[in-house]
Design a protein around this ligand. Sequence first.
Ligand SMILES: NC(=O)c1ccc[n+]([C@@H]2O[C@H](COP(=O)([O-])OP(=O)(O)OC[C@H]3O[C@@H](n4cnc5c(N)ncnc54)[C@H](O)[C@@H]3O)[C@@H](O)[C@H]2O)c1
Ligand SMILES: [Zn+2]
Length: 337
Amino acid sequence: MRAAVLRGPKDVVLEERPRPRPGPGEVLVRVLSVGVCGSDTHYYDHGRIGRFVVEAPLILGHEASGDVAELGPGVTGLAVGQRVSIEPGVPDLTCQHCLAGRYNLCPDMRFLATPPVDGAFAEYVAVHAAFAHPVPGSIGDDAAALLEPLSVGVWACRKGRVTAGSRVLVTGAGPIGLVCVQTAIAFGATEVVVSDVNPSRLALAQELGATAVVDVRESSVTTLDRPPEVLLECSGHPPAIGEAIRVLGRAGRAVLVGMGGDEIPLPLSVLQEREIELTGTFRYANTWPTAIGLVASGRVDLDRLVTGTYRLEEAEQALTAGRRDDRAVKVVVRPTT
Ligand SMILES: NC(=O)c1ccc[n+]([C@@H]2O[C@H](COP(=O)([O-])OP(=O)(O)OC[C@H]3O[C@@H](n4cnc5c(N)ncnc54)[C@H](O)[C@@H]3O)[C@@H](O)[C@H]2O)c1
Ligand SMILES: [Zn+2]
């Protein structure tokens, strides 16, 4: 099969690789669409993310959909030809966190496109059958791939307990902020304010249902009329984080999704006096059923986020699209179509 392989920083080549064989309990998926994530771009630029270092050639891409091409031994729940959305992280399913249902915190997670596990910028990928989620015909191939970032938004809204009537502030209108906006509205939020420094992203946020937008180059979230109840922080920019926590109301909830500086100043007196709950999020657990329902019912539009499509041999252009065009939001690679 053909695969786009990262050999080192800024070095992606198309290679012939043996087609993976699905092991027991696995299926082989023919890849139809793969979203490019900020982490793919980061590996491409720097060859590492924190303690994860690309020491051997690595296939990037973890936001993927496809159709089942082959069943491994023992697989009964899926059929050849079934279209699926791939949940890229497979936990060990035996540790205390897995047994408690928070499998995103499994210390033995194997995650696509995280060294040393190859990802989906390839014609085929073998995945655990229970993590290949069947999708209905109403969800297109690109949207099926983007159920992965949508899952980040679903998890953030769950952690922030967004519900009917919630007033929410989303800082950062990148792909993650934009799925948070849509999910918050689908969960019943009646006020969703979005901040960013990129006017085209703010315009898209508004199209997708944000009730107000703040361009922080000209204004500030501190000028909001009423304090929000929930902060979904999706910029990862330390100054934005501190400021957004300061505008939260009493008993507010701050959900830190964006990954920024390792250590940042936090307004401790605000957290204490207002009894603000602060949590990080790490990916998601058990979000695909919700994400599939949200897209199939039309409550969330993922196709609207797609600003470019590339073939596998153009993977490098896909990885650098964001820096060439500030109107780019989410680009996808289609390895087999
Ligand atoms: N916690 C998780 O499991 C998880 C999963 C996926 C992504 N992430 C993180 O979520 C963040 C968002 O991901 P993305 O793909 O949307 O990234 P992105 O870089 O496309 O989006 C970040 C947005 O923040 C905006 N921004 C910059 N400064 C700002 C400011 N001062 N105030 C408001 N907005 C500002 C940028 O213009 C950009 O649109 C990243 O930090 C990413 O690492 C976390
Ligand atoms: Zn585990």
